[in-house]
Design a protein around this ligand. Structure first.
Ligand code: UDP
Length: 195
């Protein structure tokens, strides 16, 4: 599909239904290959100005969607391109609704206890399998241990909610170790799923 550039960051011109199709294909493809998804919002653009590793993680992402109207508006004004919205929460809910029990999801992030609640609710509402759970308050010297935990879980989908930047850098840097078909940085999504 078409990819444009917004403030030196990539942005894919892709709708929510098209995003669900692409991610569904990646999740169940063989052999297993890791992909990274970024849902771009204005805060990311601001923060990436002062963080090379954040900017690089976004530049290397396999798919970058517009998380909200701020990005849609910026793309229209600055790139004369109509970009559809594909927010992180809608992507996550859409994948779980579409695949239910065949989908193994790892919940990584938020305060201790919150990912457990999110996983419980998602299992109740969509029938998804919970591949694993880990809170998002660990130091970077524990990154490898957590990445291996995700790898060994056999998840199709990793939800990483550890705050803007941290989550995208983690997904991109550890991508080979994670070897998870779809990893998505999704900010407050675990909090929202926890209710
Ligand atoms: N979070 C986390 N670890 C951190 C910082 C944040 O797990 O070191 C979680 C936080 O609990 C929340 C989510 O990341 O569930 C988004 O946090 P916040 O809105 O503060 O981050 P932002 O996306 O605004 O940077």
């Amino acid at each position: 599909g078409q990819r444009i550039e917004l403030f030196d960051l990539p942005l894919d011109v892709i709708s929510l239904p098209e995003t669900l199709d692409v991610l569904s294909h990646w999740m169940f493809a063989t052999p297993r290959t890791g992909h990274t998804v970024v849902t771009l919002n204005p805060e990311f653009i601001v923060q990436s100005r002062t963080s090379d590793e954040f900017a690089q993680a976004m530049q290397a992402a396999d798919l970058v969607t517009a998380d909200g109207v701020g990005i849609v508006y910026a793309a229209r004004e600055l790139c004369q391109t109509q970009v559809p919205r594909a927010p992180g929460f809608d992507i996550v809910r859409g994948l779980m609704a579409r695949h239910g029990p065949e989908l193994r999801v790892f919940f990584l992030g938020a305060k201790p206890g919150v990912a457990e609640q999110a996983a419980q609710n998602a299992h109740r509402d969509f029938g998804i399998q919970v591949a694993g759970i880990h809170h998002g308050y660990f130091k970077t010297d524990e990154d490898q241990r957590v990445a291996e935990l995700v790898r060994d879980s056999g998840a199709h989908l990793l939800l990483t909610a550890m705050g803007a930047g941290r989550q995208e850098v983690f997904n991109q840097y550890w991508r080979q170790v994670l070897n998870t078909p779809v990893t998505i940085g999704c900010g407050g999504v675990i909090d929202v799923l926890a209710g």
